[in-house]
Design a binder for this molecule. Sequence first.
Ligand code: CDP
Ligand code: MG
Length: 770
Amino acid sequence: QPARAMDLVEEESGAPGEEQRRWEEARLGAAALKFGARDAASQEPKYQLVLEEEETIEFVRAAQLQGDEEPAAPPAPTQAQQQECIQAVRRSLPVFPFREELLAAIASHQVLIIEGETGSGKTTQIPQYLFEEGYTKKGLKIACTQPRRVAAMSVAARVAREMGVKLGNEVGYSIRFEDCTSERTVLHYMTDGMLLREFLSEPDLASYSVVMVDEAHERTLHTDILFGLIKDVARFRPELKVLVASATLDTARFSTFFDDAPVFRIPGRRFPVDIFYTKAPEADYLEACVVSVLQIHVTQPPGDVLVFLTGQEEIEAACEMLQDRCRRLGSKIRELLVLPIYANLPSDMQARIFQPTPPGARKVSELQKPLPHPVVLRGLGWGGASGAGSGEDARMQAVVVATNIAETSLTIEGIIYVLDPGFCKQKSYNPRTGMESLTVTPCSKASANQRAGRAGRVAAGKCFRLYTAWAYQHELEETTVPEIQRTSLGNVVLLLKSLGIHDLMHFDFLDPPPYETLLLALEQLYALGALNHLGELTTSGRKMAELPVDPMLSKMILASEKYSCSEEILTVAAMLSVNNSIFYRPKDKVVHADNARVNFFLPGGDHLVLLNVYTQWAESGYSSQWCYENFVQFRSMRRARDVREQLEGLLERVEVGLSSCQGDYIRVRKAVTAGYFYHTARLTRSGYRTVKQQQTVFIHPNSSLFEEQPRWLLYHELVLTTKEFMRQVLEIESSWLLEVAPHYYKAKELEDPHAKKMPKKTGKTREELG
Ligand code: CDP
Ligand code: MG
């Protein structure tokens, strides 16, 4: 399947302009195709396109062929120059002219809604203004919440730099499993989930003078819950200032919710963005993205490209594909810097994305590494970054491949082109079956417009949508449904219960969750033993709320006490928390990588495989070399180790002692079952069915049990891709379900009518295991 160019039509007229022609001419199939487009002024042929290999379109940049030399890099700026530069940038932000007016509005209103285009300076500047204004005197702090970890970390780092302090001192952040604050911290950036947890230890938020709920338009579950709680606190703490900051979306809703609080609008600066659609739908948007990026790179004036993809795997794949093609094109095209951004990018790497690097500081050879560390040259306005049509610049062109995070929570300077496939990963929840799934779904119109807006920050930009104008009109929803209406609520209900909020039906929700979802959450918490039959928090429920993980995972950890295997369970919990990024599989070493993975397999299932990987890694002295040799991601492991340490530190609080199962993995499996008895499936003649809801599900092909197909199993999560896949599965015995959840399962429903007719399993039996 050869690479193609996209058909793009101009939004309104649909008439093929100059742009359109270039795109069209770049279309696949026409052999020995040439970009006929000539620079209107010089009449010089701009680009030439030569088809060589069957599978690729090779682009040749005319200027490169003529042997242009890279301009010399300017000298690196001094510290003082950097500070001056930073201050100049601060003064240039859209919010700056409104500083006094804004502070006056905050002084005279308890709650203020602040609306402003992404990049106006809401997140980085307003807390600093408040600090300068004295809101942190008397030992009080300013909290600013972000829906995403990356955003919390990166803005804190940015603000620390602007204030000339060390991150973690006056300016700090906290995200789950990572606290970068100290006694000196007065500007406290954190995820919305962390502020929510703060209510547990300080229900009146007494140590804060200001709470800024930022990115409110994202309407994450935690942000929505914060609204209700903060509104309540504000009533009995009249001196507490509440700021609700949002992109230009739906601010009237927030105002109404907060008893008609005034809305402060920061006028945006936006350059026009030209929107393009494909003529026909694209079957493979990943491939389409890669082709389009190269096309933009070759056919458009310089400017960075921002691509919106849905998640880590996709981003890594796209980056790899791009780098691969660039490598093959070699010096025929201008160098392209490929930068991934996604939420699970390990902290240290995330931090580097926002570390400004002066032009020229980077060695080209550095970029030839398989996965270059992201380095971004913008943010401080040091020369270089310039708008479309500015001709040559000293910087390399960059393509930033990001998740939704770049939609509003992060500003990446220098973006001129946005490439929008129109998808995002969205959680959805079926309260009837209790199934949560994460699926790639079309984004909303509001989302698409936010994305397009990213192209118009520094100059007039272009947004290429990899879908048709018809699809935009007819297939995209107006706005994204708030998360609270499409997620399970176990976690949040447990938290609210521990805050003493019993009447959840009448909690002050901005948008209430579906009734059935609330009910199911209560029912699940009851089954887990967190609530009693009156819906009151039990001792065990109180402990579960102490642990910053999902109720089922909490329950599993608590159960490890009974089965004397907390050492192992902590490891399993930590490994499950770092997601599915433990193993890597480089294209050129697929066989080796797969062998290495299979070597970790233990009978019983994936949880034990994770345990095995971690244990061996620990035995190697937490060695990176060991990871390298075993095709294990060192950074994921390091994160697992952090998470494990944090959880271990909390064990005492929940009265679980450290103990090891000494190789008796049945105990580990039972402890996992005690937490996950909700997530069980059995093999029937027509494949796997969940035990309670009778839903058809499949073992993920990556699972160690994929071939084994045990009769009973539990899964950590379900992901819906081509099918409902169970990820991280563990073989169990049905009798364990009666042992760990007698109130939930009846012996009768665990009988196996097909037992005798089942084909005999290959692989190890349970007896051999024990
Ligand atoms: O919150 P809002 O979108 O209104 O703007 P902001 O995040 O405060 O960003 C203000 C400016 O700071 C932008 O021009 C960003 O380029 C810059 N910034 C940065 O360079 N690095 C960050 N990590 C965050 C912001
Ligand atoms: Mg912001």
